[in-house]
Design a protein around this ligand. Structure first.
Ligand code: AMP
Length: 509
């Protein structure tokens, strides 16, 4: 079979972006799959990474979530592996040639599904292995032979030790979401896995951020890598309109109701920092008439699937979730993301708002900033390399006092934070630095790294095999339209000015 890459070369200049997939001369089976998925133009990471990977170079890619980075590495790897494709039933003819490592089962499943889609007209086989479920079905699949193996590090090591996975013919390794893998503490596992691989290989490392740890990892395992940054490193998705509102305690729920309604949002993700806060908020919002479900790490896998399913099919309008539970979910076109709490880890902000405005769709990210969040916001400013301007929420007079309602319904106070009265209603935008000077920081604890990537036992997620269909949800009016006491709330758009309009994803960085 001919080497499809031998005479492939492509000059890329900013003027040539965005580039159509047709210009790439992908092999017919890959081009067909890509066309079926509706991709026409390459995203910036694809336009830059695909030619480099096709040339066999190592890559260090700074790519934020939702930029199309899966296709950026998967398509050229599949193209390079086509020379090995064969219809033989012998497992020996299907050794693992590409290994893709990811931090969580959800991400692994999602990436594996994308790879299956891209490879569906080829004879290359792919499989995914992750923890929390029975090893047997995974073992059977591995024993049959797969060319592309997508895995989380811990479970892969189990399979290596059980001699189910033989990695001595691996030619390509992808360390995806490398920063997350290090956060979780996977470095020793990664080092062990990499020690089993041939030295002669192509290694691709993708990370939302290039911390010093990531640079160290790259210098140990990558050879003369090409660095690709599609956007300023640590930049937030450029298709997301971002707002930061100064709002305290129970007023956050009030503000949430008002923004949902005035913006006529159909569905939204609401992020909170703790499992307990997540469950409480979901319960309160439900009591307040909003169709809500919670997604957090204490839920069983079955409950998590049900929560996601009900959001996807439009049975619920709000998905209240923690970072761990929502990490990497590729639910496209969620109209808005609310940061009910400012994340403890600034980088989580990027991941959270990556749920909206994905692959070209315009999204809205609203963050509620309490006075005690000053230091977290300062971290965020550092990461985003820009000053965050706080906006005030002007509450409508005819919107009932959610705080009272919540207390009656719940029998307890949520977010029991005592704050001076002047910050409660329609309070002014404040400088966080002023708050900092007043010494009102409350440094919250970081979530335990043990929380990450520890899925509960369950069968393969059918949820991830079906795309999100906002149409189902769009037909019915969202619950806030009918929520008791929220009729006729005036639009707040006059009071809330957009601070950041952002360019389309497909613009070159
Ligand atoms: P990823 O960042 O790889 O998780 O991709 C985010 C989403 O964008 C996925 O749903 C992809 O199917 C989609 N996507 C990737 N590349 C393109 C493209 N060139 N055009 C349109 N959608 C894309």
């Amino acid at each position: 079979m001919t080497d499809l890459n031998s005479d492939f070369s492509l000059e890329l200049t900013p003027d040539t972006l965005p580039m159509a997939f047709a210009q790439l001369q992908l092999a017919a089976p890959l081009a067909r799959a890509v066309a079926e998925m509706g991709y026409e133009s390459m995203t910036p990471i694809q336009a830059q990474a695909i030619p480099v990977v096709l040339q066999g170079r190592d890559v260090m890619g700074a790519a934020q979530t939702g930029t199309g980075k899966t296709a950026a590495f998967a398509l050229p790897l599949l193209q390079r592996m086509l020379k090995h494709e064969n219809a033989s039933m012998s497992p020996a003819r299907h050794p693992v040639r590409a290994l893709v490592l990811l931090p969580t089962r959800e991400l692994a499943d999602q990436v594996a599904q994308a790879i299956k889609d891209y490879a569906k007209y080829t004879q290359l086989r792919s499989a995914v292995v992750f923890g929390g479920i029975d090893m047997k079905p995974q073992t059977l699949e591995l024993k049959k032979g797969v060319e592309v193996l997508v895995a989380t590090p811990g479970r892969l090591l189990d399979h290596i030790e059980a001699k189910n996975a033989v990695l001595n013919q691996v030619e390509y390794v992808v360390l995806d979401e490398a920063d997350r893998m290090l956060d979780i503490g996977f470095l020793p596992d990664l080092q062990r896995i990499l020690s089993y691989l041939p030295k002669q290989r192509t290694t691709l490392l993708f990370s939302a951020t290039f911390s010093s740890e990531i640079k160290r990892l790259a210098s140990s395992y990558l050879q003369d890598p090409v660095t690709i940054e599609v956007a300023r490193s640590n930049a937030a998705a450029s298709t997301v309109e971002q707002h930061f509102y100064s709002v305290e305690g129970d007023d956050k729920r009030h503000a949430l109701h008002q923004i949902l309604k005035s913006r006529q949002l159909k569905q939204a993700f609401v992020f909170v920092n703790s499992k307990l806060g997540c469950a409480r908020l979901a319960r309160s919002l439900e009591h307040e008439g909003l169709k809500t479900t919670a997604l957090h790490g204490d839920k069983s896998q079955d409950e998590r699937l049900k929560a996601l399913e009900s959001f996807k099919n439009g049975e619920v309008d709000l998905l209240v979730c923690t970072d761990v539970a929502a990490r990497g979910l590729d639910i496209k076109d969620v109209p808005a993301v609310f940061n009910f709490d400012i994340p403890f880890n600034a980088e989580d902000y990027i991941h959270r708002i990556g749920r909206t405005g994905r692959a070209g769709a315009l999204g809205l990210a609203v963050s509620f900033v309490a006075r005690s969040d000053a230091r977290l916001v300062a971290d965020l400013e550092k990461l985003l390399k820009s000053k965050i301007e706080l906006e005030a929420v002007e509450f409508d007079e005819d919107v009932p006092d959610i705080r009272k309602q919540g207390r009656i319904n719940d029998g307890h106070r949520m977010y029991a934070q005592e704050v001076p009265d002047d910050t409660r209603r329609g309070h002014r935008s404040g400088s966080l630095r002023d708050v900092a000077r007043e010494g009102q920081f409350a440094r919250p604890e970081r979530p335990s790294p043990r929380d990450y990537g520890r899925p509960a036992a369950a069968p393969r997620d059918p949820f991830f095999e079906r795309p999100y269909e906002p149409a189902a949800a769009a037909e019915a009016a969202p619950s806030w339209e009918a929520a008791p006491g929220h009729h006729g709330a005036r639009s707040i758009s006059a009071n809330i000015k957009s601070k950041r309009k952002v360019a389309a994803l497909f613009q070159s960085a």
